[in-house]
Design a protein around this ligand. Structure first.
Ligand code: UDP
Length: 237
């Protein structure tokens, strides 16, 4: 596993299958990183530390792929939602916990996943709108899951997993963003053509115009920052 640095964040360069094998073997925290998260890490040292301490940081999204290409690294995109779905299959005979999203969304997600993977052993599920975080952490730990998927949005989900990691060694934990919204059937993923062209973000922005403010100007600014990092590196050589 090769970890490279982009704007201070380490990112693991690997194929989808290598990431699966590594996560199963090493467990711990998986971060599926995107440009907005790197932006957040630049401003939030605690979040940066969480990313640095993650066992696996996989490139999710075309922005990260472009950034890595600028820095001279060729890599595939590993969409977090596909990675998490694959891990559910890999952990189908082990206890699984799902935390996050709205109450009706998590309920439907659990139903749909049980239909999809009948032997899946979901020992704990809870929506993501709770007041007492410690209570949720204690409840999850008491069920001793080996795979935990957390959908609280970023950086909340990574902070939650970081705390849980200290209490639940030996488990694999992944921040999955809006994946439960898709698995519940509430939100549709972009058609395969958009996914293949790396334009899933465009589809989601058209469907959810409020995302526009999150992506612009942050995506073009992110690319400019990576270009600056590259130029500084070249000048210093
Ligand atoms: N969410 C939650 N609790 C919160 C804030 C967000 O459970 O306090 C959920 C929200 O309902 C959604 C997910 O977190 O299901 C975040 O989705 P988003 O689309 O923001 O994530 P992205 O894929 O963009 O990282």
């Amino acid at each position: 596993m090769k970890r490279v640095s982009m704007l201070g964040c380490g990112i693991d360069i690997c194929s989808f299958d290598e990431a699966v094998v590594f996560a199963k073997k090493n467990r711990g925290q998986v971060v599926t990183i995107n440009p907005e998260m790197i932006d957040c890490a630049i401003k939030n040292i605690h979040f940066l530390n969480i990313i640095k301490n993650a066992e696996l940081v996989i490139p999710d999204g075309v922005g990260i792929q472009i950034g890595l290409k600028i820095l001279g690294y060729k890599t595939v995109r590993i969409p977090g939602i596909e990675f998490a779905r694959r891990m559910l299959s890999e952990f189908s005979n082990e206890p699984v916990a799902l935390i996050g999203a709205k109450p009706d969304v998590i309920e439907k997600t659990v139903q749909n996943l049980k239909k999809d993977i009948p032997i899946l052993n979901i020992v704990y599920s809870h929506d993501g709108y709770f007041n007492d975080e410690n209570e949720i952490l204690t409840d999850v730990v008491s069920k001793n899951p080996k795979l935990v998927l957390v959908a609280l949005g970023s950086p909340k989900q990574e902070e939650f997993i970081f705390k849980l990691k200290q209490m639940l060694p030996g488990a694999l934990m992944i921040g999955v963003g809006g994946s439960f919204d898709v698995w519940s059937g509430n939100i549709k993923r972009a058609p395969v053509l958009y996914q293949k062209l790396g334009l899933e973000w465009l589809y989601r922005t058209v469907k959810e115009p409020e995302r526009f403010r999150r992506i612009f100007p942050s995506l073009p600014l992110f690319i400019l920052k990576v270009l600056k990092e590259k130029w500084c590196y070249v000048i210093n050589q």
